[in-house]
Design a protein around this ligand. Structure first.
Ligand code: APR
Length: 239
């Protein structure tokens, strides 16, 4: 690493949680009960069959109780705590592994499995148990209007203003465990590089976005992320 960058923006995808035991979307384990995720994670699917969609998320929410943050999540929390410049971690993941690892400068752009939201009054709250069409909103008291607080296909991702603002000022952009298929996240590298940032991709394999990166590190996140974090902190200490 040459001159230490000071404005970090990091993007993670399902690949950073794979070694904790959570399935990715487009790997061999990408289907759920024969359904493509895109066919379940959508407002149309929820309107058509709320029971099916609630079951899909209830199972994923329950799975969170059986997995732990891995060395890659923990390394990013360590980096954030020791980083003297600006730091932003943007995740496409709806699991809570970054949160449990200790990350705080963290934006969940696709929402969170451990939150529910009321379609009637828009109230949102932390919720770690099952949801169903009979779930009642603790704010407005209505039932049949509660949904997982997840951004579905066709819906606007969260925090885009803050994310694009950070990307436009980044000096280093790192993408970890994301296939580069889903926009707007897949285009973040172009925004960062357009602002003069260096871009590093960590993945098991080439991705749809690989050509846009200055550097690609191929291998498992639990090996490569701690190594990169140590490198960044060492470069920072020499100023
Ligand atoms: N270490 C590093 N990378 C890994 C690992 C690992 N151990 N395991 C898998 N990967 C990589 C895969 O090679 C792949 O490029 O992680 C990526 C996972 O890609 P996807 O399954 O497409 O997940 P993601 O990129 O996060 O999907 C983006 O699509 O379905 C929507 O909203 C959903 O947030 C999701 C978005």
């Amino acid at each position: 690493m040459s001159k230490s960058p000071d404005r970090l923006v990091i993007l993670t995808g399902a690949g950073i949680s794979a070694e904790s035991g959570l399935p990715t979307f487009r790997g061999a384990d990408g289907l759920w009960e024969g359904h493509r995720v895109e066919d379940v994670a959508s407002p149309v699917a929820f309107a058509r069959d709320p029971e099916l969609v609630h079951r899909f998320y209830n199972l994923r929410r329950a799975a969170l109780r059986t997995v732990e943050p891995n060395a890659a999540h923990l390394a990013l929390a360590r980096l954030e705590a020791a980083w003297r410049g600006s730091f932003l971690l943007v995740t496409q993941n709806v699991d809570d592994l970054h949160d449990r690892a200790g990350s705080r400068r963290l934006l969940h752009m696709h929402g969170e499995l451990i939150r529910a939201r009321c379609k009637a009054c828009r109230h949102g709250w932390e919720w770690r148990d099952d949801l169903s069409p009979d779930s009642i909103c603790p704010s407005c008291g209505k039932s049949g209007r509660v949904r997982p607080d997840i951004v579905w296909f066709g819906e606007e991702p969260l925090h885009l203003g803050e994310i694009f603002d950070a990307l436009s000022r980044a000096s280093l952009f790192i993408a970890i465990g994301t296939s580069g298929h889903v926009y707007p996240a897949a285009g973040f590298v172009d925004v960062a590089r357009g602002a003069g940032a260096r871009a590093i991709e960590i993945n098991l394999a080439d991705t749809a976005a690989s050509a846009a990166f200055d550097e690609r590190r191929t291998g498992p996140a639990t090996d490569l992320v701690p190594a990169l974090v140590e490198e960044l902190l060492a470069a920072q200490s020499v100023g």
